[in-house]
Design a protein around this ligand. Structure first.
Ligand SMILES: [Cu+2]
Length: 172
């Protein structure tokens, strides 16, 4: 029995070489064949993503988004002036580098008048453009500027606006 097996091996190798389709070649071909479908799947995924973006932008053609980072430093806003185009939704990212709490309120004159006399000192993001920013933290809020004009942002915690914690959004 043993003698038969030993004798058969060389013959089998010779056969596969002659055929030109030995086990080695087949094994090499497999990863390449698998790579093609997976590349197609990636491409299809990208197309789907692109399609989704097109559909989104088709819903609101004029919508523009921007992120503006404002630093709260020594009870001031840096920068103190921001310029945007009408129709822009601005995501304000507020970095409070001070050891005291601040807040960010953006809006028209009526909004600021209300906050100057109001007692509400906690804004958790339920109102667009109004957010509390505890000492040493980062918070964000989004606000859409529909019409041209000047909109103020301020911190209405006692004394902060008078101290200079105000800024302007110029929309136009
Ligand atoms: Cu403040």
């Amino acid at each position: 029995m043993t003698g038969t097996r030993v004798g058969a091996r060389p013959r089998a190798r010779a056969d596969s070489r002659a055929a030109g389709t030995g086990p080695r070649r087949r094994r090499r071909a497999r990863p390449a064949a698998l790579a093609v479908p997976s590349l197609l799947m990636v491409a299809a995924g990208l197309l789907l993503t692109a399609g989704g973006l097109l559909v989104q932008s088709g819903r609101a053609p004029a919508a523009t988004q921007r992120t503006v980072v404002l630093t709260m430093y020594h009870t001031h806003f840096l920068p103190a002036v921001v310029r945007v185009k009408p129709g822009t939704t601005v995501r304000f990212v507020l970095r409070n580098t001070d050891p005291i709490d601040h807040e960010f309120i953006v809006g028209d004159d009526a909004v600021h008048r209300r906050h100057r006399v109001g007692r509400d000192q906690h804004h958790h993001g339920e109102v667009p453009g109004e957010i509390s920013v505890p000492a040493g933290t980062v918070a964000s809020t989004s606000f859409r500027f529909d019409r041209p004009g000047r909109f103020a942002y301020a911190c209405h915690l006692p004394g902060h606006e008078a101290y200079g914690m105000v800024g302007t959004v110029e929309v136009g």
